[in-house]
Write a protein that binds this ligand. Structure first.
Ligand code: RIB
Ligand code: CA
Length: 309
């Protein structure tokens, strides 16, 4: 089996942390680079958290800091979900220092040295770092086999009534990625809502017993408040869905869709207009993850997390 090489761009972030651990625990992939943006918390916190998450899993993958603001405007941390520290108060041991330099440069350096269509970009934050890399050297997009993003919403948003957080923080960056023409897969809020962390699922995971990463994962799951958008039944495990698509695609059903993201300054900023039924006549520009086998997903997560140290 050829292991897919991933660049994971993140803003840890409670769900980002679990997404990273799932990737590290999955033999189908090799995480070649972790880049960090601000978002769920300020860049200082998200970078500290990324270093700690990588270290807890005993990984030596380079961690590189990136954007502390979107292409336009500022990041606005989602404190209600992730707390001021970014990990809902769950403390992890200090990780190794970040690598010097800027995320966009590190992404371009890795892509420049890669074979065609050999690297998967996994975006689980505002798309700023990935967009900066590809906008400044567009030819490198041919080294990318797939762009997998946790972003957008078919229905209700979670940052504004119509916009999901990552898309809302930097819609211009998302538009740049959607325009690359590379195969792009979207895990929207409508998909991630199906990956609902309920108290029963969190307890079942903890009962499996495991190492530091599983324990920290369960501590995080217990610390994140239930979502009022989801009827207080639990909280959506957003970012791990993007990784699960890569390592276990059979858990999903998909649909080719045309997607546009709304920029500008109106109330719809960051809204992803996803055309499920081809009403716009526009050509499909992305693969929408429509359903996930939630029980299969949590079984996968448990199996993989239990194997981590
Ligand atoms: O809307 C959810 C997304 O925004 C997730 O990636 C979460 O970590 C935040 O970045
Ligand atoms: Ca995230």
């Amino acid at each position: 089996m050829t292991r897919r090489r991933l660049i994971i761009d993140c803003d840890p972030g409670t769900d980002d942390a679990i997404a990273l651990w799932l990737a590290f625990a999955s033999p189908e992939v090799e995480v070649a680079l972790v880049t960090v943006a601000g978002g769920n918390a300020g860049l200082e916190s998200t970078l500290r958290n990324a270093r700690a998450v990588v270290a807890l899993a005993g990984q030596s993958v380079p961690v590189v800091a990136g954007a502390d603001r979107p292409l336009l405007g500022t990041f606005q941390a989602e404190v209600k979900v992730h707390g001021t520290d970014g990990l809902a108060g769950v403390r992890l041991p200090e990780g190794l220092p970040a690598c010097p330099g800027q995320a966009a440069d590190a992404i371009r350096d890795l892509l420049r040295a890669a074979a065609p269509a050999s690297v998967t970009l996994v975006g689980i934050a505002a798309a700023t770092n990935l967009a900066l890399a590809l906008a400044t050297e567009p030819a490198l997009a041919d080294r990318v086999d797939e762009i997998v993003l946790m972003t957008g919403a078919l229905g209700e948003g979670n940052w504004t009534p119509g916009a999901e957080f990552n898309a809302a923080m930097d819609p211009e960056a998302l538009a740049i990625l959607l325009a690359t023409g590379r195969p792009t897969t979207l895990a929207t809020l409508d998909l991630t809502a199906q990956a609902l962390v309920t108290p029963a699922r969190a307890a079942a995971l903890r009962a499996r017993g495991g190492g530091h990463c599983l324990t920290a994962c369960c501590d995080i799951m217990d610390a994140v408040p239930p979502s009022r958008r989801l009827g207080h039944l639990g909280h959506a495990l957003h970012d791990p869905c993007a990784v699960a698509w890569i390592v276990a695609p059979d858990l999903f059903t998909t649909r080719a869709v045309a997607v546009q993201v709304e920029c500008g300054t109106g109330p719809g900023r960051g809204r992803t207009h996803i055309d499920r039924w081809g009403r716009s006549g526009a050509a499909a520009s992305a693969r929408l993850l429509e359903t996930i086998d939630a029980n299969g997903f949590f079984a996968l997560l448990g199996d993989r997390m239990a194997a981590l140290r």
